[in-house]
Design a protein around this ligand. Structure first.
Ligand code: GTP
Ligand code: MN
Ligand code: MN
Length: 613
C-alpha cells in the first residue's frame, strides 16, 4: 500500500481535502505507485511514454498515439449525469440516481489500477484570477500516462495552482480508470464502460476508455458537463461547447468578440483558427481564444463576458491542410510537442497522414500503417488507395497547446475575459438554413440555439448523414434538464444590458450533386463581417420570418469568385421547407419538461410569421 500522505506532501500538495480524496480512490483502484504531476514533468513523461511504446515519435518534438480500435470516440450512451434528485432528469442528460450508478462504476474500478501508476493531476479550467476561478479547480486521477500528457496540453496543470485556492475544499474530484480495454464488451449488452458525472457532488467517475473525449476529464466532463451544472447551481455562468474569437478591424481598431455553438465536427476549430482570406486580410485579423468551450458570465458593467477555460486544442485532423486551416498545421509542426491520435503513421519516416491532409495519398505506401496499426502494403492492392478503406480514423485528432496556435489572442489569458458582441449557432445542414440570418430578440436567439440541428458525426459514434437536434451544441454535455437550462440562459441574458446579437450560420448547403455551395473555411469571415455590420447599423439586411438575411450587395465579396445564382440560393428562405421544420421543432421542444413560456412564444412568433409569409 502506497503512503499517500508522504507522496503528496513531498510533491507540495498539502491540501488535506486533496489527501482525503486521493487516499479514498487509491484504496478503491489499488495502484502500485502514485505520482503527482505538473506541466514541468512533460519532457520526462514523454520520454517514459516513448520507451514504453505508448507513444511513437512523429518528427522532431511530435508524437503519435494509437488508441484501442474500439475506443476512438466519445460514447454518448455510456455517458451519464447522476444526482440525488429525480427532478434533475432531462431528455439528453441520461440521468441516473447517484445511489444506483455509483456502486456500479466503483465496482468496475475496484482493483482496476493494480500494477499501474496513479497520476495525480491538479488543474485549473480558467486563467488564475478569473471571476469563475472557484468553479475551475480540479484534480484528475488517472492510471494512463498518455492521458497525463494530453491533460498537460489541454489544461493548466501544476501543483502551484492549488497553493492558493480561494476555497481549498472546492475542487472537482475527477477519477479516470482505463480498465482492461480488450475485455470491456464495448457496444455489447455487457458493456462495462461508464462515464459518470455526479453533478451535485462535483465528482466525475470515468471507467473504460483512454480516448481523449472520455479521458481528459478537465475538458468535457468538468469544463462542460460539471460546469453546466455549476453555472446553474451558482446562478453565475453558462458553460457551452462554443468556440470564441475576436475579429479585429485594423482600420478602426475595434475588436468584435463572437462565441459560437456548432455540434461536434461542424467547424468550431476551423472557424476559430481562421485566417482572413485574400485582400480581406489587409483590413481584418481573426484572433483565436478557443475552439471548443466557452464560459459566459455577466460582468459588473452589465456586459456578457466570455473566456476559454482550456489551455490547448484537441482538433479533428481530417481535411486539415494548408488551405483549410494553415494555423492548425502550424500548431502541429515540428517542435510544438503536439500529439496525433489515430491518424495513419509511417514506421520508417515517422510521418503522420490523414485523409485530406494532401489531395492524394502519400506516393509510396511503404512503411505506412493505418489507424488500427495494419500495414497498408499488406492490404490487397485495390484497397490500398481507396476511399472505402481509409487510412486515418474519421475522428483522428491532434492535441496541441494554445500558445502553438499562431493567431492566439494576446487577451486569451486575461482573467477578466472579453465582452461578447455576438453569439452564433451553426450545424451541418444540406438545405433550408441560409448562409447567415441575424436574430435580434434574445429569447428568439435562445430558441434558435435550442433548435440547432446537425448531421451525426464520427465523434459521437452516430450514423453519418442522419439529422438530429443538438440544443446549443450541448446535447452530449448537458447536465441540466433542458427546461431548467433554457430558463438559466434567459435569466443570464436578462441581466445583460448590452445584449449580444444572435445569428444562425450554415457553411454546409449542398447542390444537387452533393457539392458544397459555399467555399467555407476562411471565407466564412464574410458572413461574420456582415453580422457585425448589422449590429453596428451599417447594413439593414432583409427581414424574413426567421431573421434578417443579408442582401447580396451587403456581403463583402471582395476577391471571392462566386456565381450570382449560387449566392441567391445561399441567402434564400424556402418558406415551405421552414414550415415543415416548424412541425419537427415542435415535437423536439415538446419532449422537454418545463420549457419557459418565452421560448414557446418565440416559437409561435416564428411559426406565425412563416404562415403569413
Ligand atoms: P469538435 O472538435 O468535435 O467539437 O468539432 P469542431 O466543431 O471543432 O469541428 P472542426 O472545426 O474540427 O470541423 C470538422 C470537420 O468539418 C473537419 O473535417 C473540417 O474540415 C470540416 N469543416 C470545417 N469548417 C468547414 C467549412 O466551412 N466548410 C466545409 N465544407 N467543411 C468544414
Ligand atoms: Mn467539441
Ligand atoms: Mn474542435
Amino acid at each position: 500500500m502506497v503512503d499517500v500522505d508522504k507522496v503528496l506532501d513531498e510533491a507540495g500538495l498539502k491540501n488535506p481535502h486533496v489527501h482525503e480524496f486521493v487516499k479514498h480512490w487509491a484504496g478503491v483502484t489499488q495502484p502500485e505507485r502514485i505520482e503527482v504531476v505538473s506541466a514541468s514533468d512533460d519532457a520526462r513523461l514523454l520520454q517514459e511514454a516513448l520507451e514504453a511504446g505508448e507513444l511513437e515519435p512523429a518528427g522532431e518534438g511530435l508524437y503519435y498515439s494509437q488508441s484501442y480500435h474500439k475506443d476512438t470516440a466519445r460514447s454518448e450512451e455510456r455517458t451519464i449525469v447522476a444526482t440525488s434528485d429525480p427532478a434533475d432528469k432531462g431528455v439528453y442528460n441520461n440521468w441516473r440516481h447517484a445511489d444506483e450508478i455509483k456502486p456500479v462504476v466503483i465496482g468496475n474500478m475496484t482493483g482496476a489500477s493494480q500494477g499501474k501508476t496513479m497520476y495525480v493531476i491538479p488543474y485549473l479550467m480558467a486563467a488564475p484570477g478569473s471571476p469563475l476561478e472557484a468553479y475551475a479547480a480540479g484534480i484528475e486521477l488517472t492510471d494512463n500516462r498518455s492521458v497525463v500528457l494530453q491533460m498537460i496540453r489541454m489544461a493548466r496543470v501544476g501543483v502551484d495552482l492549488f497553493e492558493n485556492l480561494q476555497d481549498p475544499e472546492s475542487f472537482v474530484r475527477a477519477v479516470h480508470v482505463t480498465g482492461d480495454l480488450e475485455n470491456l464488451g464495448q457496444g455489447t449488452p455487457d458493456d462495462k464502460r461508464y462515464f459518470v458525472t455526479v453533478a451535485d457532488e462535483r465528482t466525475i467517475l470515468h471507467f473504460g476508455s483512454s480516448y481523449g473525449g472520455n479521458a481528459l476529464l478537465g475538458k468535457i466532463a468538468h469544463g462542460l458537463r460539471q460546469a453546466n451544472w455549476d453555472g446553474w447551481a451558482s446562478r453565475k455562468f453558462l458553460a457551452e461547447q462554443y468556440m470564441l474569437i475576436a475579429i479585429q478591424d485594423k482600420e478602426t481598431g475595434k475588436k468584435y468578440h463572437i462565441a459560437g455553438g456548432f455540434p461536434s465536427a461542424s467547424g468550431k476549430t476551423n472557424l476559430a483558427m481562421m485566417v482572413a482570406p485574400g485582400v480581406l486580410g489587409e483590413r481584418y485579423y481573426v484572433e483565436f481564444f478557443g475552439d471548443d468551450i466557452a464560459w459566459l458570465w455577466v460582468g459588473d458593467d452589465g456586459k456578457l463576458y466570455g473566456m476559454n477555460p482550456e489551455y490547448g486544442v484537441f482538433g479533428v485532423a481530417i481535411d486539415t491542410n494548408a488551405i483549410t486551416n494553415p494555423n492548425a498545421l502550424a500548431a502541429v509542426q515540428e517542435g510544438t510537442g503536439a500529439i496525433f491520435t489515430n491518424t495513419a503513421y509511417n514506421v520508417n519516416t515517422h510521418e503522420t497522414w490523414w485523409e485530406g491532409k494532401s489531395p492524394d495519398y502519400p506516393t509510396d505506401v511503404e512503411g505506412w500503417r493505418d489507424w488500427k496499426g495494419h500495414l497498408i502494403s499488406e492490404r490487397p492492392v485495390e484497397e490500398q488507395r481507396s476511399k472505402d478503406h481509409v487510412w486515418a480514423h474519421p475522428n483522428c485528432r491532434f492535441t496541441s497547446t494554445m500558445s502553438n496556435v499562431p493567431n492566439e489572442s494576446p487577451d486569451y489569458d486575461d482573467p477578466a475575459g472579453v465582452p461578447i458582441d455576438g453569439i452564433i449557432y451553426g450545424g451541418r445542414t444540406r438545405d433550408r438554413e441560409p448562409l447567415i440570418r441575424a436574430i435580434e430578440d434574445p429569447a428568439e436567439g435562445v430558441y434558435d440555439g435550442l433548435t440547432l440541428g446537425a448531421e451525426a458525426t464520427a465523434a459521437a459514434e452516430g450514423v453519418a448523414g442522419q439529422l438530429r437536434y443538438d440544443p446549443m451544441s450541448m446535447r452530449p454535455f448537458l447536465a441540466l434538464p433542458e427546461g431548467r437550462y433554457a430558463q438559466h440562459w434567459l435569466d443570464i441574458l436578462d441581466q445583460v444590458t448590452d445584449k449580444p446579437l444572435f445569428a444562425h450560420v450554415n457553411w454546409f448547403q449542398r447542390d444537387a450533386d452533393g457539392g458544397y455551395l459555399w467555399p467555407g473555411y476562411s471565407e466564412n469571415l464574410r458572413a461574420l463581417l456582415w453580422m457585425m455590420d448589422y449590429r453596428e447599423g451599417r447594413v439593414t439586411g432583409t427581414k424574413t420570418p426567421v431573421g434578417v438575411v443579408p442582401s447580396k450587395d451587403e456581403l463583402n465579396l471582395e476577391g471571392l469568385d462566386i456565381d450570382d445564382a449560387v449566392l441567391d440560393q445561399l441567402l434564400a428562405i424556402d418558406v415551405d421547407r421552414w414550415k415543415q421544420e416548424i412541425g419537427l421543432r415542435e415535437s423536439h421542444l415538446e419532449q422537454f419538461g418545463g420549457l419557459p413560456e418565452r421560448i414557446w412564444e418565440a416559437h409561435r412568433r416564428v411559426a406565425q410569421a412563416l404562415d403569413e409569409a
